[in-house]
Design a protein around this ligand. Structure first.
Ligand code: GRG
Length: 297
């Protein structure tokens, strides 16, 4: 089997595991309030690339993680991610009708339901993580890591800067700061949550993972900006060309397409260099960095 085929199989296995875990960790649509639970399952199941769970699993493999804790961490991160997408698509934020190839939650259901779906997914993420029977000190560190990545000093803070920056002229440094929080914080937390499910990290390992996670987090956003400007809505499963239509500062609007592509390649190189000391054990993390930079959707 080729290396590429083995990686594709590994991704499919993880996506399957994620589907089963999310289906189990989300309340059944038969449980009251049925409409809310149905909407939570509608948006969280059968969709998305599951990049964040893959980062959790890949980092977990590197540090011989506890499988149950790893599945809980991957599910929790994905629930936070899905909540952010549901809220981001609402009329008070990005106002989008299409996500993961399906009508967004406020379109399919209604705005109040979309708000509650996001709130409930966020709460469920912490519930799933904290119900682990692993060492409570370790679980508490993971809860803290996820909370900090999701909060006002992480994803929510980045979203606030994003909303305030529409129609303004950001510098590349300011754009990077926004994305480090909005998208980068949760991607970084995915890597560290996976690692925390395994043996304790020494300072060198922590620094290497941090450099990898930061490079991959930023690369993800640079590529997202490139795809928004170049791909079509059917391929992306969400509305393409929205950044320019909304007058949002992006890597493409600030640097142009060619320089943005060069930057994405440089970040890929930074990510691979950072994890080189781990050797072959970090192959999955390396392959994920390639996937993030070379993805087409
Ligand atoms: C509402 C608190 C709050 C935060 C929203 C993540 C986010 C912050 C907004 C999403 C807007 C957006 C399109 C950001 C660009 C990067 C991004 C997170 C893309 C979507 O992630 P993918 O490509 O999506 O991993 P899938 O559907 O594959 O999981």
């Amino acid at each position: 089997m080729s290396v590429a085929q083995a990686f594709d199989d590994w991704m499919l296995t993880n996506q399957g595991a994620m589907e089963i875990a999310l289906a189990q960790f989300l309340p059944s649509a038969a449980v009251v309030p049925a409409r809310l639970h149905e909407a939570m399952r509608y948006t969280a199941l059968e969709g998305g690339k599951r990049v964040r769970p893959a980062l959790v699993f890949a980092a977990g493999e590197l540090f011989d993680a506890d499988p149950d804790l790893l599945t809980r961490a991957a599910s929790a991160v994905e629930m936070i991610h899905v909540y952010s997408l549901v809220h981001d698509d609402m009329p008070c934020m990005d106002d989008d009708a299409l996500r993961r190839g399906k009508p967004t939650v406020h379109v399919k259901y209604d705005e109040a339901t979309a708000l509650l779906v996001g709130d409930a997914l966020q709460a469920q993420a912490f519930s799933v993580l904290s119900e682990s029977t692993a060492d409570p000190v370790r679980v508490l560190a993971m809860v803290r890591m996820l909370a900090q990545a999701a909060g006002s000093l992480g994803m929510c803070g980045g979203q606030a800067i994003d909303l305030a920056s529409v129609g303004t002229a950001l510098t590349v440094t300011e754009l990077e700061q926004m994305h480090r929080l909005k998208t980068g914080a949760l991607l970084r937390a995915s890597v560290f949550l996976g690692a925390l499910c395994g043996k304790a990290l020494n300072a060198n390992e922590e620094a290497a993972l941090d450099a990898y996670a930061r490079a991959v987090g930023l690369a993800f956003q640079v590529v997202d900006d490139i795809l928004d400007a170049t791909a079509d809505s059917a391929t992306l499963g969400k509305t393409a060309g929205k950044d320019a239509a909304d007058n949002k500062p992006t890597y493409v609007s600030l640097l142009g397409l060619d320089t943005s592509r060069i930057l994405a390649k440089k970040l890929l190189n930074d990510a691979l260099t950072a994890i080189a000391p781990f050797g072959d054990k970090a192959n999955r993390l390396a392959e994920l960095a390639h996937l993030i930079v070379h993805r087409t959707a």
